[in-house]
Design a protein around this ligand. Structure first.
Ligand code: HEC
Length: 271
């Protein structure tokens, strides 16, 4: 990851934060929107797509195998449109999986990696060159770019996971008694300069379902939905979210289903 490119992005974010305070721009309604648009047009996350593609086809792990036989629901190696249907039920594991858990099961089963090791490294430190899972998740999702999110509830376990996700999304929990809706259930809410996506609106749900994995400007790396949820759990002061847990998949299934119909366009660009 060339430093210069992320450096430019970082500088632009700083400049924008400063500009955002200027009265002239503040009157435009969405002062940061202009800058966000400019950054999205030159999204450094694009570089991760190539990295993910190389990792996908490379023979790796103790079994020295590529991921070409991994079945993301459309048949072995068929990536087009696969991410648009996730999370979904997979017979071989008898479980609903999201993109990341599916990917990791293939890395373990086909390539022989240790699950604990992959999970430990899945969320990379900010400012690093990113993890394999982050790059692979982006590459795989990018093969659905331009296609519509199309999550289905045809298997009983998909339906059950959806209902669990819905329950979790609205439920207040933890020491702060927060629910997701307190930050994401109304329009025009924000924390400091960060707009909070209004996820109970169709537009907000579509944004969530179609823009992850996303390049996160503040961390200079591509981030996935598992990371995003982990971060919100932390913000809610809940116990740490277990990576790939049924709870995280249920929330993702619930959110993506709300966003059905949105056109996938990854990498998203987030602050
Ligand atoms: C205390 C406030 C707060 C709560 C409660 C909260 N979040 Fe968030 N959420 C945030 C912030 C802050 C962001 C990032 C905004 C930014 O950086 O632009 C965010 C972003 C997100 C995003 C990414 C939106 C996008 O840009 O596409 C998702 C998805 C999300 N939250 C899901 C959840 C879920 C699910 C819950 C409940 C388990 C939850 N959040 C609870 C504050 C919260």
């Amino acid at each position: 990851m060339p430093r210069t490119r992320s450096g430019v992005a970082a500088l632009a974010v700083i400049c924008l934060a400063t500009l955002g305070a200027a009265p002239a721009l503040a009157q435009s309604g969405d002062p940061l929107g202009v800058g966000r648009k400019m950054l999205a047009e030159d999204n450094p996350g694009e570089l991760w797509i190539e990295k993910g593609k190389a990792l996908f086809y490379q023979k790796r792990g103790p079994k020295n195998t590529s991921l070409e036989q991994c079945d993301f629901g459309m048949g072995p190696g068929r990536l087009e449109g696969a991410a648009a249907r996730l999370p979904r039920y997979f017979t071989d594991v008898d479980r609903v999986q999201d993109l990341e858990t599916r990917l990791i099961s293939c890395m373990v089963r086909l390539q022989g990696f240790s699950e604990a090791d992959v999970v430990k490294r899945a969320i990379s430190p900010g400012g690093s060159s990113g993890s394999d899972v982050e790059a692979l998740a982006l590459y795989i999702t990018s093969r659905s770019n331009g296609m519509k999110v199309n999550v289905q509830l045809s298997h009983q376990k998909e339906y059950d996971s959806y209902k669990a996700g819905e329950y979790l999304f609205f439920r207040r929990s933890g020491q702060t008694d927060f629910s997701c809706t307190q930050c994401h259930g109304e329009a025009n809410k924000r924390i400091r300069l960060q707009d909070l996506v209004h996820m109970t609106s169709k537009q907000g749900a579509e944004e969530v379902a179609s823009t992850w994995p996303a390049y996160r400007g503040a961390h200079y790396v591509v981030r996935t939905m598992q990371w995003r949820l982990t971060d919100c759990f932390w913000q809610m002061r809940l116990p740490d979210m277990k990576y790939g847990s049924d709870m995280s998949i249920a929330l993702t299934l619930y959110l993506n289903y709300q966003g059905n119909g949105a056109l996938i366009r990854v990498p998203g660009f987030k602050r």
